[in-house]
Write a protein that binds this ligand. Structure first.
Ligand code: C2E
Ligand code: CA
Ligand code: CA
Ligand code: CA
Length: 288
């Protein structure tokens, strides 16, 4: 067995070796990132489709690496998930998002809501409800001001455990939404047991929602996306769920969503994820 191990090692090419090293270094750095205060939250507004009013913000984590600069979540959340570091990171995100929400609610945005993304690992931890309760209490926040975003695949990893946990969180009064809706293998029988308030339609269905060719005609793929979005909205509304469209980048998409009766939207058209001070200025500008 020893020999096999040594032989196996030879299969690693120098590039693979370099990548493994890079990964190890990143993992080591990430381990200390919270203690060194290197994590940051950016906030992206959510708006009502009909009147453009801000309904809330979503907290999105970034890593301010001393050498690499600002690292986006896609480049370290999967690693954090694999190593279990996501539990500490997730707890920090919850705490920081609640602290920021408290500041904003005290300073001119009394009804603002905050959404936080949850990882599969967090949904497998029985103590999550206590962590959430602590973050809410520390900020003196009403539970309904906090929304937890989960994905279809993250609940399906440990469906029973996730269901128990989500029911407890719902009993506390926080809101729960399904993120990236339409991209997972939705199990409707399971989904209908979840205590949900909102579906967030994945950006991939919104991206080509308002495409037209040279003659002003919607291509077939666009007509398909319209049909899908229309069906999701109809189903969600029948289930008394709010629907939000992700990744709205153009006026034409906004208009199309308005015609389809979508409730809320998020996207670069109206607001990118921003640091807290910038987001605050953005919100004040819109109140004028
Ligand atoms: P997500 O939760 O689906 O967040 C939406 C992502 O789409 C964000 O990327 C956002 O910047 C981007 N986005 C928003 N509007 C537009 C648009 O109009 N066009 C385009 N092209 N993109 C748009 P970001 O911030 O890089 O986050 C990526 C993912 O990382 C998130 O996807 C989420 O799954 C994960 N993530 C971020 N923060 C956290 C966190 O605190 N905890 C966990 N577990 N995951 C997080
Ligand atoms: Ca999200
Ligand atoms: Ca999403
Ligand atoms: Ca996503």
């Amino acid at each position: 067995a020893k020999d096999a191990g040594r032989n196996a090692y030879r299969f690693f090419s120098p590039e693979m070796d370099a990548r493994a090293h890079q990964r190890l270094r990143l993992e080591n750095d990430l381990r200390g990132a919270i203690a060194r205060d290197e994590l940051r939250l950016h906030y992206q507004p959510k708006l009502r489709v009909d009147n453009g009013q801000v309904s809330g913000v979503e907290a999105l984590v970034r890593w301010m690496h001393p050498v690499e600069g600002l690292i986006p979540p896609d480049q370290f959340i999967p690693l954090a998930e694999e190593t279990g570091l996501i539990l500490d990171i997730g707890e920090w995100v919850l705490g920081e998002a609640c602290r920021q929400l408290r500041r904003w609610r005290a300073a001119g945005h009394p009804d603002l809501c905050m959404a936080v993304n949850l990882s599969p690992r967090q949904l497998q931890r029985p103590g999550l409800d206590v962590t959430v309760l602590n973050a809410l209490e520390a900020g003196g926040l009403p539970p309904a001001s906090l929304e937890l975003e989960i994905t279809e695949s993250s609940v399906m990893q440990e469906p029973e455990q996730a269901l128990t946990l989500l029911r407890r969180l719902r009993a506390i009064g926080v809101r729960i939404s399904i993120d990236d809706f339409g991209t997972g293998y939705t199990n409707f029988a399971y989904l209908r047991q979840l205590p949900l308030q909102r579906l967030k339609i994945d950006r991939s269905f919104i991206q080509h929602l308002a495409d037209v060719d040279e003659d002003g005609v919607a291509p077939g793929a666009t007509q398909d996306d319209v049909a899908i979005v229309e069906a999701i909205i109809a189903m969600a509304h029948k289930l008394r769920l709010n629907v939000l469209a992700e990744g709205v980048e153009t006026e034409a998409q906004h208009e199309r969503l308005s015609g389809l009766g979508c409730d809320e939207m998020q996207g670069f058209l109206h607001g990118r994820p921003m640091p807290a001070d910038e987001c605050e200025r953005w919100m004040l500008d819109r109140l004028k």
